[in-house]
Design a protein around this ligand. Structure first.
Ligand SMILES: Nc1ncnc2c1ncn2[C@@H]1O[C@H](COP(=O)(O)OP(=O)(O)O)[C@@H](O)[C@H]1O
Ligand SMILES: Nc1ccn([C@@H]2O[C@H](COP(=O)(O)OP(=O)(O)O)[C@@H](O)[C@H]2O)c(=O)n1
Ligand SMILES: [Mg+2]
Length: 191
């Protein structure tokens, strides 16, 4: 059974940054849904390259069958770990339903780490991210924020109802955020 922490928050809230620090220090394996989709987009022979690129540019969400299979394969290919940081998933109702269907009996969600951050700060961070992403431009970001507000935030509210959400405010320095995040993980692993 895979132990999973979902990591959610607006684009640019620092999900990737914080996950790599947790992976370094806490024996969790970081799996970014966005990174897995970008790798699949580049993979020679992939039948999904064009579809993935069009969703990424439009800030819309790739069908869950593709994303969840990439996540499951990556979990199965990984060695022993305390758990997996599933970064940027589930981002909409389709993601959530697809995960529940595909991963029932194979994974348990330990909690949801919610990195909350004002959108204006998030947009500035993405515009300055410097990774050459095809979606870090004003036009794509407008759509990504809209997708976050209308599709992803309701998923966070859904988990909130089950008491699974741990919110950490991420408009602060990485060290301040990370200190709170470590406390969240320590508390969860004591339960
Ligand atoms: N707490 C922070 N303060 C300032 N900049 C940050 C902070 N966390 C991340 N960043 C920067 O903001 C950008 C987006 O961070 P990233 O981790 O890629 O976010 P996400 O995965 O949520 O989109 C990156 O350039 C990163 O270096
Ligand atoms: N579960 C997911 C995650 C990402 N994606 C796509 O990948 C894009 C980039 O996701 P990302 O997680 O790398 O973006 P950030 O929030 O890290 O900036 C999203 O805008 C979606 O188009 C998706 O379709 N489904
Ligand atoms: Mg990211």
């Amino acid at each position: 059974m895979h132990n999973v922490v979902f990591v959610l928050g607006p684009p640019g809230s620092g999900k990737g940054t914080i996950c790599s620090k947790i992976q370094e220090n806490l024996n969790y394996v970081h799996l970014s849904a966005g990174d897995l989709l970008r790798a699949e987009r580049q993979r020679e022979g992939s039948e999904y390259g064009a579809l993935i690129e069009s969703h990424i540019k439009n800030g819309s969400i790739v069908p869950v069958e593709i994303t969840c299979s990439l996540l499951e394969n990556a979990m199965n290919a990984s060695g022993d770990a305390k758990g997996f940081l599933v970064d940027g998933f589930p981002r909409n109702e389709d993601n959530l339903q697809g995960w529940n269907k595909q991963m029932e009996g194979k994974a348990v969600v330990q909690f949801v780490l919610f990195l909350s951050c004002p959108v204006s700060i998030c947009i500035d961070r993405c515009l300055n991210r410097g990774q050459g992403r095809t979606d870090d431009n004003e036009e794509s970001l407008k759509k990504r924020v809209e997708t976050y507000n209308h599709q992803t935030y309701p998923i966070i509210e859904h988990f909130e109802k089950s008491g699974l959400v741990r919110e950490v405010k991420s408009e602060r320095s990485i060290d301040e955020i990370y200190a709170d995040v470590v406390n969240v993980f320590n508390a969860a692993n004591k339960e």
